[in-house]
Every structure is written in structure tokens, then in C-alpha cells.
Design a protein around this ligand. Sequence first.
Ligand code: ATP
Length: 373
Amino acid sequence: MSKIELRHIDKYYGKNHILKDVNLTIEDGDFMTLLGPSGCGKTTTLRVVSGLEKPQGGTIHIDGKEIVNAAEAHFAPPSERGLNLVFQSYALWPHMTVRENISFGLKIQKLSKEEQEKRVQSALKRMQIAQYIDRYPSELSGGQQQRVAIARAIASEPHLLLLDEPLSNLDAKLRVDMRSELKRLHTETGTTMIYVTHDQTEALTMSTKIAIFREGVIVQIAPPLELYNNPCNLYVADFIGNPRINFVQAQAEYDTKGMRVHGPLGDMTFSREDMTEDAPTSGSGAVVLGIRPEQLCINTARLSPSDIEAHIYTSMPAGSETLITVKKDDTTMVIKALGITHYNPDQTVYVALDTKKINVFDKQSERLVKYSR
Ligand SMILES: Nc1ncnc2c1ncn2[C@@H]1O[C@H](COP(=O)(O)OP(=O)(O)OP(=O)(O)O)[C@@H](O)[C@H]1O
């Protein structure tokens, strides 16, 4: 187990500013996922932690020991950082069998033959590749090689495991299995993990915390549910959630007690205790309501005076759930209903909304002003 602290990390490639004042604390035993779209700096962050890249600014401590101090040109070599890194490109030794690939590092650690064999077998079993033990990497598919690379890393029982999109080459079913194995591994060993992905489902299902990146800046760091329920701004709200969150334009009037919102979904009042500290206390402004598709309920009859009358645009049954798109004047919303439900195009329906659960964002600053409770 290890604690890692990145402070004010700046990284340039030539003139391109890739990591911009990155501050990130990964606590002992955390499963920290770095999440964001392609090119936002996730892999670069991992390479800076592992020692493959030198940042131009900032410090990194592992368990209180300074391993990077850019101002003093101090960069501890990767071998002294006590970590193990698994890349998207698995980098297996081509002239060694699967067994030899995994046991090589264990031999260097001078573990007994019995202990080596125990670790090799356990890692192969966890990754569901025991049957390939005597094959060479060239005799394996990309996904199988990827699992050997993970097996090799976990067999050495590192304090800190860095994983860069390790499941990217697996088919959908195997990916779900491997997610569950990695999560189980984390629970059993308490190994601190840093995991890079652009797959939000992977991030939400496995992590203890997620750091959301946008163009080299960390926008929010929070446990998965907190990120999902209360994204700090429109960017995070839009990035997290499948199907995507609904955004509805509205107007707000603020006072010291809270705010009143008027828009296509009717009038709503929110009290200050549900609002963020930096929300305005006077004046008015444009806001965006953030409503998750599963927070909306649909009925064919009006059950409450506050129900919103709308019309069916499309209904898409997908087995365990149905995604229904409704229109209310110029506002379009997607609703997720459990099970199979049938609606006809243009049918009139009534949509119920729990206003406590919705997020409100200031349109100009894009920041959250009202929490979901
Ligand atoms: N060695 C390099 N030289 C120059 N630019 C680089 C180098 N490595 C990465 N970059 C640039 O730095 C930016 C961040 O790259 P990085 O690989 O960290 O992104 P990422 O978030 O991991 O993306 P992906 O999900 O596609 O792997 C990109 O614009 C990339 O083109």
C-alpha cells in the first residue's frame, strides 16, 4: 500500500502545455481512476508518476518520500519508486512463455521456487488464462496478451499498481469479468491502484475515487456516486452517465433564502440549504437544469398537478430497460424506464419529476448551484 501526492505538476511536450498545475492525492488503498476524453493527459500523468517522463514543474511524494522535485531537478529512477506499470501495449517478452514472462520478475525478487509457482498459478487463474501457460506471446490474441501483462504485474504483489487502459482489447463479456476480477483483487490486497480509462462505466464500477480530466486540468476528484449525483460543472455532468443527462434551459431568481426557477418544466423553488456555497444570493440569471434519465417517471394519466404534459417522440425497448424520448414544446428529454414499456409516437404522456433530485447549473460559469439530494 502507498500514498501518492502530486503537487502543482506541469508537463510540456515542446511548447504544448499538457499537464496544467495537476494536484492529486491518492490515499493508501485507493482505486483512483483518471478519466477523460482522448488526449486530456491521463497517460502522461501515469508516466510522470512512474518516472518515464520528467515534469517541468511540481513535486511528487510516495509515502512521504520525495521522488520528484522539478525545481531541484530531482527525479528518482523508476526502479526506486516501488511500483508496477501495465500499459495498453502489453510489452511482453516475445522469447519467453507465459509462465516465464510472469515468473521472471519473481526470480529477480529471489522468491523460492514454490512461492513463484504459487503466484504464477494464482495470477493466471484470476485472469482466466491458465490454459496458455506454455504458449509464447505470438501464439496469443491481443486480449490474451493483455491479461498476461496484468497477471505479470499482480504476481509481483506491488505496493502500487498503475494500469493504463488494461482492458481495452477485450470483448464486452470478458471486460465485465476482468473488471470484477480487478475490483476483487483490490479489495483482497488493498493495493493502491491508479487506473487510466476513457470508459466511464469502467470508472464508475471499479473505483473508490475518480479524477476527471479536461485538457490537462483536473476538473473534479470524488467518489463515483458523488460525481454522478453532484457533478461540479456542466462538463462533468455531460461526461458521466449513460444515457446522457438531460439539460433543460431555464431562468433563476436568487435571494438569501434560495432561488426560484422558471422554465419549460414549470416553476420550482429551492432552499439555500440545497445550494452550493458560491451560488448567488441576489439577482437573476440563466440556468441549466440537469436531470438524469432515470429520475423521470412516465405515466399515461396525470397523477399529480405538478406532472408535465409531454408527447412521445420515440420509444426504444432494450430488454432490461426502455429509453423513451419525449418532447414538451421545444424541450426534448430522454427517460429511462425499467423493463419493457410500449408507447406510440405522438402519444400524450405525463412526466413526474422529483425536484429534490435534479441539479441546477449557472449557465454562464457552468458551475453547479443546486445539489441533488
Ligand atoms: N511523447 C510525446 N510527445 C509529444 N506530445 C505528446 C507525447 N505524448 C503525448 N503527447 C500529447 O500529449 C497530450 C496528452 O496525451 P496523453 O497520452 O496523456 O492523453 P490521454 O488522456 O492518455 O489520451 P488517450 O486516452 O488517447 O490515451 C496529447 O495531446 C498527446 O498528443
